[in-house]
Design a protein around this ligand. Structure first.
Ligand SMILES: [Zn+2]
Length: 496
C-alpha cells in the first residue's frame, strides 16, 4: 500500500508503528526512578504526579498505563507452562543495548499458547477513548537466535473472558522495539463481538515457543470516541487506495468515481458507475425495517452497516486481501460474490443483476445483524439462516419449494440439525436448512416467544451453538426440534 500522500494521523491509525528506542521522547520510568521509585501503576501515578510535578508536560503522564513494578504474582496470571520474571537491568547491560527503557519489565518464556493475563483491577482504562496501545518489546540476541521469528497475540479481554479484541505481532527484532497498535485494527474473537466498554484485562499469548520482555504499556488518546466498528473514512482508504490518494501532498482527493451515501441503516461506499445509491439505500432501509419488526428485541445500531460495492470483481477480491492484511489475519478470498468480515460487507457490480442484486441484500443483512446482535458473521447457522430468510422475503427464489422438498427427501441431502447448529461454519448447500429453521423460529409462536431469551443465552455463551440452550429456552431436544422443523417445512413448502 502507498501512504505517501496520507496524512500523519492517518498513517498512525492505519499501521502499527514500530519505532526504534531513539524515538522515545519521555520515559515515565526515568521520572519514577528519580521521584517515586516504588509506585506501581501509571494510572495511580498520573494523579500523584499531577500533584507533585504540575509543571511537567501532561502528555508524558496521560499515556502511562502499566509499568510492571511490584510483585508479578499480584499483577499477572501466567498462562500454562509460562515463566514470568522481573527484568534485570544488569542483563541488558551485558547485551550492551542502548538506549534502553529503564522501567521495570517482565520477561516471559513459554511454549506456544503461553503468556500472561493481567489480574482484575490492574488496568483501568476507558478503551472507547483510546486510539492506540503502545508497548516496549525486547529480545536478546540469544533469544532471537534460538527463535528467529515469534508470533505474539495481544488480547484486550472482556470481564467475563468470553470475548476479546486481538492483534497479531510478529517479533523478529533484537533489542528494544516500541510498538503502537491502533485499536481500529484489532480483530474480534469468534464467538461474540467484544465491546470496548467491557474490556478489563490485557493478555499476551505466544503463538510459537519463545521469549520476550515487555516494558511499559501505555495508551494514546483518540480524538473521537470509538465503537467496535472501524470508521468508514479509514475503511475507505483500504477499499479505494488509488481513488482516494492521488492528490497533492497530504491532501486526499476524492475522485468523481467514488460515491458514498449514509442513512440510518446503511453506509454505502462505491465506485460502481451505474449503481443507483439511493435506490439501494432505500432497499436496505426496508430490509432493516423488516428485521426490526420480526426481531423487535434487537438493539438499534449507532450507525448503519458498511456496504462497499466495487465496480470490478477483482477490486472486491483485492480489498478482502488488503482488509485482512490490515488486520494481520489470514482470510481465504471466497468464491462467493459477497463477503462480510468484522461487520464490513462487500460485493461488486454486475450489469445484468443491477442495483437490487440479491447478494447486496444478503451481505447487508450480515452487516446489519453484526450491529444489532453481538454475533460476528463467520458463516454459522444463525447468521446464514437469518440472512437467507430475510433475503428471500425481498428476493424470492422460484424453485425454493422444490429445493426444500428435495433436501428433505433423503438423509444424504441434509445434515442433522445438531450438526447444522453447532456454531461452526456451514456450507452453501446447507443455507436452505438454516433459512427454513430460522423461518420456523421467527414465525411459530412457541419458538418465537423465547427468541429474545435464546439470543441472550447465545451471547452469554459467546457461541451460536444451539445445543446447550434447547432445554432451557424451549424445553425441547434435537429430536423434537427436528420433528417440528420437518413438519414446518412440509406445511410451508408443499408438493405441487
Ligand atoms: Zn451469508
Amino acid at each position: 500500500m502507498h501512504f505517501r500522500n496520507v496524512t500523519r494521523e492517518a498513517v498512525s491509525r492505519l499501521n502499527d508503528r514500530p519505532e526504534t528506542s531513539a524515538g522515545l521522547s519521555v520515559k515515565m520510568s526515568e521520572y519514577l526512578a528519580r521521584y517515586r521509585p516504588r509506585l506501581r501503576f501509571g494510572f495511580v501515578l498520573k494523579a500523584l504526579l499531577w500533584l507533585v510535578l504540575p509543571t511537567l508536560a501532561s502528555s508524558a503522564f496521560a499515556r502511562e498505563l502499566l509499568t510492571f513494578d511490584g510483585s508479578l504474582k499480584e499483577q499477572f496470571t501466567p498462562l500454562s507452562k509460562s515463566r514470568l520474571e522481573a527484568w534485570s537491568p544488569d542483563e541488558a547491560k551485558i547485551n550492551n543495548i542502548a538506549p534502553m527503557p529503564r522501567g521495570r519489565a517482565v520477561r516471559v518464556t513459554a511454549p506456544a499458547g503461553g503468556g500472561f493475563v493481567t489480574n482484575a483491577d490492574v488496568v483501568a482504562v476507558e478503551w472507547n477513548k483510546v486510539e492506540s496501545l503502545g508497548l516496549w518489546l525486547h529480545r536478546s540476541a540469544a533469544e532471537a537466535k534460538e527463535h528467529p521469528t515469534v508470533e505474539l497475540e495481544v488480547r484486550l479481554i472482556e470481564a467475563d473472558r468470553k470475548a476479546y479484541f486481538w492483534r497479531r505481532i510478529e517479533i523478529a527484532h533484537v533489542g528494544w522495539q516500541k510498538l503502537l497498535l491502533p485499536l481500529d485494527w484489532f480483530v474480534w474473537s469468534d464467538g461474540r463481538i467484544p465491546c470496548w466498554d467491557n474490556v478489563k484485562y490485557i493478555g499476551f499469548r505466544l503463538r510459537d515457543e519463545g521469549a520476550f520482555t515487555l516494558d511499559t504499556i501505555w495508551t494514546e488518546q483518540a480524538s473521537d470516541a470509538r465503537t467496535e466498528f472501524v470508521p468508514t473514512d479509514l475503511l475507505a482508504r483500504v477499499a479505494f487506495p488509488k481513488q482516494l490518494f492521488h492528490g497533492a501532498e497530504d491532501k486526499p482527493v476524492e475522485t468523481n468515481s467514488l460515491r458514498t451515501l449514509e442513512t440510518r441503516d446503511v453506509q454505502l461506499l462505491t465506485n460502481a458507475k451505474s449503481l443507483d445509491l439511493e435506490r439501494l439505500a432505500a432497499h436496505c432501509g426496508m430490509i432493516a425495517k423488516q428485521v426490526r419488526e420480526e426481531l423487535p428485541f434487537l438493539t438499534e445500531p449507532r450507525s448503519g452497516s458498511q456496504l462497499i460495492i466495487f465496480e470490478e470483481s477483482a477490486e472486491y477480491r483485492r480489498f478482502i486481501t488488503r482488509h485482512a492484511r490490515q488486520l494481520k489475519v489470514l482470510v481465504n478470498v471466497p468464491d462467493t460474490p459477497g463477503f462480510t468480515f468484522q461487520g464490513v460487507s462487500s460485493s461488486f457490480w454486475d450489469a445484468e443483476l443491477g442495483t437490487l442484486r440479491p447478494v447486496f441484500a444478503h451481505e447487508f443483512l450480515h452487516g446489519y445483524l453484526s450491529r444489532t446482535t453481538r454475533f460476528p458473521c463467520h458463516g454459522e447457522w444463525l447468521h446464514e439462516g437469518l440472512a437467507t430468510y430475510f433475503q428471500l422475503k425481498f428476493h424470492p427464489q422460484a424453485n425454493l419449494d422444490q429445493l426444500v422438498r428435495d433436501g428433505l427427501s433423503s438423509p444424504k441431502k441434509h445434515v442433522t440439525l445438531k450438526e447444522l447448529c453447532n456454531g461452526q461454519h456451514i456450507s452453501l448447500t446447507q443455507y436452505w436448512q438454516a433459512g427454513t429453521l430460522c423461518q420456523m423460529l421467527l414465525t411459530e409462536p412457541n419458538y418465537r416467544s423465547k427468541l429474545a431469551t435464546l439470543f441472550q443465552r447465545l451471547e452469554g455463551a459467546s457461541s451460536t451453538d444451539l445445543g446447550p440452550h434447547l432445554e432451557a429456552a424451549w424445553q425441547t431436544d434435537w429430536e423434537m426440534l427436528t420433528a417440528d422443523w420437518r413438519a414446518f417445512c412440509e406445511r410451508q413448502f408443499p408438493k405441487k
